[in-house]
Write a protein that binds this ligand. Sequence first.
Ligand code: R5P
Length: 260
Amino acid sequence: MSGELSPIDKAKFVAARQAAEFVESGMRVGLGTGSTAAWLVRCLGEKVREEGLRIKGVPTSTRTAELARDVGLEVISLDEAKWLDLTIDGADEFDTELSLIKGGGGALLQEKIVATASDQMIVIADAAKEVRMLGGFPLPVEVIPFGWQSTQALVEEILISMDVMGRQATMRMNGDRPFVTDEANHIIDLHLSRIGNPRQLSMVLNQIPGVVENGLFIDICDKVVIGHSDGRVEVRDINEGTVTESQLDFVEDENLFRDI
Ligand SMILES: O=C[C@H](O)[C@H](O)[C@H](O)COP(=O)(O)O
């Protein structure tokens, strides 16, 4: 990638740049997956090279692990880290309670395990990810391949019984084959348009035997760093209820602009 960033990439970049300031030397840091999290990984790589930041990173997917190593981060497994100081990740949607939909890139399982094993989770997002009610983005549900069609039928039955809007469930495809996650599972996307009670839906979905996990992150995220394409960054904190705002410059750094 070279030259001018698109407005959306500028927004993702400034969110990542700001969030990288929460990372301190000595920390064990969960590294999210996706295009926004990739900016974070690049920013951390830059801080390691330029400022001597010393951290151990736990990636949430094979592609994040690859990028993290490429930019010079020390990568360890969650089992080696056991517990993390902080996880920084992207999201597909967030609401006013900082509940999230994640898994657009299929990494929701590792992402939820890593975020839950962290003292703090910070989400980085462009402003378009903010919604009044979750559900506009299809909700990913990770299922084991064995009997996935029966699992999908059970999911659909539950959506009907809960009277959830939309109700359509589709197998995520990669070409003409089902998409396969890092854990060798499949993803069923639920096209719901609005999720009135995300907590209840999450609990009910996870009770179906073939369901491994779903992309609703409830009471996991502590802060959202929201980037705008003009360089403005807002930070919302669930505990302190604070909103801070700052303005970041775009930094022309060839290393940061490498393709994922
Ligand atoms: O599985 C993917 C992750 O949950 C991503 O963090 C999420 O889809 C957001 O991705 P992006 O930053 O590319 O919009």
